[in-house]
Design a binder for this molecule. Sequence first.
Ligand code: HEM
Ligand SMILES: *[C@@H]1O[C@H](CO)[C@@H](O)[C@H](O)[C@H]1NC(C)=O
Ligand SMILES: *[C@@H]1O[C@H](CO)[C@@H](O)[C@H](O)[C@H]1NC(C)=O
Ligand SMILES: *[C@@H]1O[C@H](CO)[C@@H](O)[C@H](O)[C@H]1NC(C)=O
Ligand SMILES: *[C@@H]1O[C@H](CO)[C@@H](O)[C@H](O)[C@H]1NC(C)=O
Ligand SMILES: *[C@@H]1O[C@H](CO)[C@@H](O)[C@H](O)[C@H]1NC(C)=O
Length: 318
Amino acid sequence: MASNYHLFLLIFVFAGAFLESNCKLTQNFYKSKCPKALSIVQEGVIAAIKKETRVGASLLRLHFHDCFVNGCDASVLLDDTSSFVGEKTAAPNKNSIRGFEVVDRIKAKLEKACPGVVSCADLLALAARDSTVHLGGPSWKVGLGRRDSTTASRSAANTSIPPPTSNVSALISSFSAHGLSLRDLVALSGSHTIGLARCTSFRSRIYNDSAINATFASSLHRICPRSGNNNNLARLDLQTPTHFDNLYYKNLLKKKGLLHSDQELFNGTTSTGALVKIYASNTFTFFKDFAVAMVKMGNIDPLTGRQGEIRTNCRKVN
Ligand code: HEM
Ligand SMILES: *[C@@H]1O[C@H](CO)[C@@H](O)[C@H](O)[C@H]1NC(C)=O
Ligand SMILES: *[C@@H]1O[C@H](CO)[C@@H](O)[C@H](O)[C@H]1NC(C)=O
Ligand SMILES: *[C@@H]1O[C@H](CO)[C@@H](O)[C@H](O)[C@H]1NC(C)=O
Ligand SMILES: *[C@@H]1O[C@H](CO)[C@@H](O)[C@H](O)[C@H]1NC(C)=O
Ligand SMILES: *[C@@H]1O[C@H](CO)[C@@H](O)[C@H](O)[C@H]1NC(C)=O
């Protein structure tokens, strides 16, 4: 009887902790504080994509690279200075992450409308959602109320964001370390239905991997020779790099994933392979799971309440 009671109490405490961690952010956070916040971000994202379609992908990725490094706290946006080491020069980010000018433009509009109110971390979360929607993907409700860090960690950025050379077990453990399931991993990897990657990110795949279509590999050899042209670009989804659809998964079924880490999801591992097949044949299920997983990713260790600050310029601490 007593042990039953303790078990019950334990479950109660865990459930409480779970609810607590999910209730920190709220959809209506800016409703009275800055009613125009959401439309300012959305308009800024749409204008930026109109100018350059790729930037939607870049903004989605910025949120990922923010959240995987000490939580969604806009640490990725901080510039390096003579006295400050940011995350922009970490291995996964250097010469690669982009979209900062768009963030600056949107932030300036937010500051004009509501000075010191809307965090850069929330801006990134909203911009990721608005980019996805504008490129044809699913929508989701973004929890808000994140605050901005006053620190950054280059070493955490090096180690917390998985490299494209990762095998499937490394991907599973990296996502699991951030509280994300195998299903989240496969769904979120579907982000690679948009955007581009540099030759250095896929070179070893196109010359060394076994699970690759030969015609596909040789067409990439022209873009990405064995040495040089490191920054030449190829589409992550070879058919529709500016449309958020499920062709990424269809490509994996044909051994036409661009990154080694992409193809690892469909290369004999039953658990991830089964999900790839499901998403390849059912856009609705992919969209539903993607939306759920984006909310989970956006909830990773936010600063809330009186933690951190609201930066006025996303590139530097106040
Ligand atoms: C599963 C592990 C992942 C790995 C190993 C990975 C790796 C990469 C790499 C290497 C690139 C190309 C970078 C370059 O060459 O400059 C890339 C691009 C991209 N990634 Fe991922 N990624 C992963 C997961 C994600 C997730 C979870 C998201 C979003 C939720 C995401 C969104 C993107 C987007 C949209 C691009 C294209 C960006 C652009 O064109 O500017 N990736 N990723
Ligand atoms: C992180 O990676 C970069 C680029 O590869 C490297 O220069 C740096 O020494 C690494 N480690 C830390 C702690 O920044
Ligand atoms: C996967 O990669 C990890 C990290 O690089 C490595 O330790 C492990 O041996 C690899 N596993 C397999 C099955 O190749
Ligand atoms: C292919 O793999 C070999 C052996 O691991 C390695 O030495 C070589 O650099 C790789 N080739 C490319 C183009 O990455
Ligand atoms: C697929 O599996 C083969 C055989 O285990 C392995 O050599 C290869 O590295 C794996 N990944 C890819 C993307 O080819
Ligand atoms: C590789 O892709 C080409 C089309 O790009 C296709 O004609 C060929 O049959 C594929 N190869 C294999 C082994 O599936």
